[in-house]
Write a protein that binds this ligand. Structure first.
Ligand SMILES: *Cc1c(COP(=O)(O)O)cnc(C)c1O
Length: 389
């Protein structure tokens, strides 16, 4: 047995690879015949990039999306051979390394193509030209689009790049806004075709439009948050979409004490017990991703019941008022999980913290161990261990 085999880790995010595979399969089936690209950016939304990448490919994703070139290279280093798409670049980005590693590049400006050409790589990577269809982040403006297309055609003819796709990203503001963005993408494609461009793929939708707007699926959908079991919508949760939460965040009770009525708890003493009560200390705080703004709203699950967090959430810890319940040091505290036993979900925490479930899982910090359960993805590096469930 190694140090990894610990019955009660101090702080753990348990990642259920089977739940993740179920979600990827569900979404890929929904989107078919459109292809599924799975977003594992931001360390797979906090879940751990490499294991989730292997599980996604096994469950039907044809390609992976990460933010930038370093993340894409890390996936190649971990043995991933499937197409990997990266779209956020800066003047220091290593376009040459990306080309050598056959990374698909999202391209928003001519300077990126120039940098790629200047790198003098021995291979021509596939490029996906991005048009800004309303989100106003990256992507060429309508004015800059013809120049970007011409430059890509030139570099394609020189063997520096392979012109592969045109794409954009939606604002998820309303179906009408999304329909307008789709029109803008189609108009941009028409302009590009007029200049001689031929695209093998068009893509636009992420989870939200991928699930609800079939006309936006085009050739492929870039699914992210839904694959982690969290709904992109306000009117239905992940379970309502047939998805399973993938991450369970937990920690053992670190201290227990009995106090009298009127006892103040945590910084500022903003909470006072209303009767004699038992307080349990949990070693997770905002440095681990527990949002401090959830103070006064958050609940956690201990021994089959939900209890309120008492007083301010601190950097490393928070306190739970369990009343007269029997709670002992070492008891498991589930901050959020699947929700099927009644424990809070990441979506519940999004409500406590006035945010979205994406932020709740993505912000889980580096002090929290990621523990993987479920079937081992084939080909995943041996160094990544799986726990027994
Ligand atoms: C994050 C991201 C996605 C995935 O979005 P979800 O809403 O999480 O499904 C897709 N495409 C781009 C460009 C993204 O930045």
């Amino acid at each position: 047995m190694t140090g990894h085999d610990r019955a009660t880790p101090r702080r753990a995010a348990v990642i259920d690879l089977d739940a993740f595979r179920h979600n990827v399969r569900t979404l890929a089936a929904l989107a078919a015949p459109s292809e599924t690209m799975l977003a594992v950016k931001a360390n797979a939304y906090g879940h751990g990039m490499v294991p989730l990448a292997y599980a996604a490919l096994e469950a039907g994703a044809g390609s992976l999306a990460v933010l930038d070139i370093p993340a894409a290279l890390a996936l190649r280093e971990a043995g991933i051979t499937a197409p990997i798409f990266a779209w956020m670049h800066d003047v220091g980005s290593d376009f040459g390394a990306a080309a050598e590693a056959d990374i698909d590049l999202g391209i928003s400006g001519v300077w990126q193509l120039d940098a790629l050409a200047a790198a003098g790589a021995s291979r021509a990577p596939r490029v996906h030209l991005k048009i800004d269809t309303g989100l106003s982040r990256n992507g060429a403006t309508t004015e800059d689009w013809p120049g970007l297309v011409r430059a890509a055609l030139d570099y394609d003819a020189q063997g520096v790049v392979r012109l592969h796709a045109a794409w954009s990203h939606l604002a998820d503001a309303s179906p009408a806004d999304d329909a307008e963005s789709l029109q803008r993408l189609r108009a941009a494609v028409e302009v590009a075709e007029g200049l001689g461009a031929r695209f093998e793929r068009l893509h636009l939708a992420a989870s939200s439009a991928g699930i609800r707007e079939p006309e936006a699926r085009l050739d492929l959908v870039r699914f992210g948050i839904a694959a982690y079991g969290i709904s992109p919508f306000d009117d239905v949760d992940g379970r309502g979409l047939g998805l399973r939460p993938v991450m369970t965040l937990k920690a053992p009770v670190a201290a227990v004490k009995r106090v009298e009525a009127g006892h103040g708890v945590s910084y500022g003493l903003t909470y006072r017990t209303d009767s004699d009560s038992t307080l349990a200390l949990v070693p997770l705080g905002y440095a681990d991703g527990i949002p401090r703004i959830a103070t006064g709203h958050g609940t956690v699950w201990i021994r089959g019941r939900r209890y309120p967090i008492a007083g301010r959430i601190a950097m490393d810890q928070f306190v739970v008022d369990v009343g007269d319940a029997e709670v002992a040091v070492g008891d498991e505290v589930v901050v959020f999980g699947e929700g099927d036993r009644g424990e809070p979900t990441a979506e519940d925490w999004a409500g406590y913290a006035q945010t979205i479930g994406d932020e709740i899982v993505a912000r889980v910090g580096p002090r929290v161990d990621r523990l993987y359960v479920g079937a081992r993805p084939e080909g995943m590096p041996e160094a990544i261990r799986l726990e027994r469930p």
